[in-house]
Design a protein. Sequence first.
Length: 368
Amino acid sequence: MPSNITANINTAELASTADDHPPLAGMIGSSSAMKTVYARVRKAAPTRSTILIHGETGSGKELVARGIHQASDRHSQPFIAVNCAAIPETLIEAELFGHEKGAFTGAASKRSGLIEAAEGGTLFLDEIGELPCEAQARLLRFIQESEIRRIGSNESQHVNVRLVAATHRNLRQLVQKGDFRADLYYRINVVKIELPSLRQRGSDLLEIAEYLLEKAAIRHNKPGLHLLPEAVQAINSYSWPGNVRELENIIERAAIMSDHAAIDPATLEIDIEASHLNDAVNNTGQRPFIGSYADLYQPSQQSHSTNRDSMPDPNEDLSLEDYFQRFVMENQESMNETELAKKLGISRKCLWERRQRFAIPRNKTNSK
């Protein structure tokens, strides 16, 4: 692997040409955020430069890494994925670099490592921020010199492997704290790809949900499974802290537990308490609303029978912030502040703070 040269990829240029880039193989979504990712991947994939993917847990970092591999000239060679957080510190170096016979207790024979297994192809190091300091030093030499040395060996060997790394952590902060080598950080941060969270992907969310539901229906022999409009709205309104992985689990559970082809919010069992709509702990001593989105979509027995009609269209491309603003603006005439906060699963203080942030005027005639 030659010494990496920092690739200057202009983000504005990518955004302007993003429409020319369809989804990568195996990926779903055509939001502007993902089109920028596709464009960036297609520019970087044919090179030999190291790539760093940054994104929240469950956002699809390995899927992007596989897309990079498939779009490169190494696509016919091995793709080796390693989760650095899943291997004990005492074993990570032996797993990556291999070892000679007798190198340590239990090394009954020599063994090649995962880097050698990726010869000619791509090594994907997921959660590289969890890599122990000793392994970081060895990895740095591998990147700089394209050489590795098995544990217990005096000889180095050349390898031809492209490195793609990923993390959900802020590596720059880890460097400042002394938990991650600065020289390694600058070596892997050649081309950086910021992967958007699911809540930032707009209409991709529903597209992915319907795709997952279709697959689950086939897997569980339940033809015709579909989402009711209320279920669609619940999906669009939730903040998805676990991203695609969480969505996949919820859709799988709904497919298993559903007694009917039509899936409603109650079957989804989305927990409002886990949502970012409930991210502010109530500092006033009031207990925040806890429940599922099924509760949120139950029509009121009082004067709010029109609330369902005033809900944003489930098929609209709304972010969580857009939904919050729309919901407040369309319901503040019929609900007071306490009722609005309860419906949104937040405290009145949090509602007030969000009004200030988004400059939403308060209805003074109905403010209790």
